[in-house]
Design a protein around this ligand. Structure first.
Ligand SMILES: [Zn+2]
Length: 303
């Protein structure tokens, strides 16, 4: 009798293993395995998926996600996940390539959030001619990412639709409130020009009527041009800029030099490309870091 029961249980497990997404779900205690390519996308998946998902972030805390390299183990995780959430158009080409190699039939469970939120004319305005990937730095863009993640999770696990939608609605409300704080907080300012390390704040700037002047281009790896630095020194004086913004995951050396030459101070504006280890330890998240960014912007711009 005992043997029969055991066999029946084993047969049941085998049968459940034949479902389209059951294989990796059973390996994760019934949770849906999501691989996200960097922090904001992992945060969106965690907020919507809650306890129904296990989210792995391919970019480790404290690392910079542009042009991410992957370990063999990460490639395996990416190929076997129930859902891959990435940001395409060359932001992390290796992630895109690995996602393309996923077994046939699982291609729909790859969400390119940049396509999901629409690139349109706004994204085409990237300063160096490329597509500006930094959509998450606009709270409205993050809202659209959350909506796209909700659709993808629902496609992978339709039975959880109600739970996903409920969590998404609650988080979207928080993002809308954040968007409101940005709109109010940046309404009246002495200057509207932000000088940043790399051009990460284009989407944010467009949403709130700021002008971004970046030292380097859309990727922090691009070397700044000496002529660009001279132009910026000039511009800092003309537009009454008080602060050069450095960032958390990139060396502040060039920004420091510029600030010294222009005779202004520096402050940190976090592009949220990843949380630093200190931020993780402090329990910070997307919303708290964005509120911190807003406070620093208001001081620098005299709002
Ligand atoms: Zn960036």
């Amino acid at each position: 009798m005992r043997i029969i029961l055991t066999l029946a249980v084993a047969a049941g497990l085998l049968a459940s293993g034949c479902g389209s997404d059951a294989k990796s779900a059973s390996a994760n205690g019934g949770r849906i395995h999501v691989v996200a390519s960097f922090y904001p996308l992992a945060e969106a998946a965690s907020q919507v998926g809650g306890t129904d998902v296990q989210v792995d972030n391919l970019t480790r805390p404290g690392s910079e996600p542009h042009d991410l390299e992957l370990s063999t183990k990460q490639v395996d995780a990416l190929e076997g996940a129930d859902l891959v959430v990435l940001l395409g158009r060359g932001f992390q080409p290796v992630v895109e390539e690995s996602a393309r190699r996923r077994p046939k039939g699982t291609t729909l469970s790859v969400l390119d959030t940049l396509t999901g939120v629409g690139t349109g004319t706004v994204a085409a305005e990237g300063e160096s001619g490329g597509v500006d990937p930094h959509v998450w730095l606009d709270p409205n863009g993050m809202h659209r990412i959350v909506a796209a993640v909700t659709d993808s999770l629902t496609a992978v696990a339709p039975a959880k639709k109600a739970a996903f939608e409920q969590r998404a609605a609650a988080y979207e409300q928080q993002l809308d409130d954040l968007a409101g704080r940005f709109a109010d907080g940046l309404k009246t300012c002495r200057t509207k020009t932000i000088v940043t390390s790399h051009a990460a704040f284009g989407w944010l700037a467009r949403s709130y009527g700021l002008q971004q002047e970046a030292i380097s281009g859309l990727s922090p790896e691009q070397e700044p041009d000496p002529r660009r630095l001279a132009t910026l020194v000039d511009l800092v004086q003309k537009r009454h800029v008080t602060t050069i913004f450095t960032e958390t995951l990139v060396s502040p050396k060039v920004a420091d030099t510029l600030a010294r030459e222009a005779g202004v101070k520096t402050d940190v504006l976090d592009p949220l490309e990843g949380l630093t280890k200190d931020r993780v330890a402090a329990g910070d998240d997307y919303i708290s870091v964005m509120d911190d960014n807003l406070a620093r912007l208001r001081v620098a711009l005299g709002c």
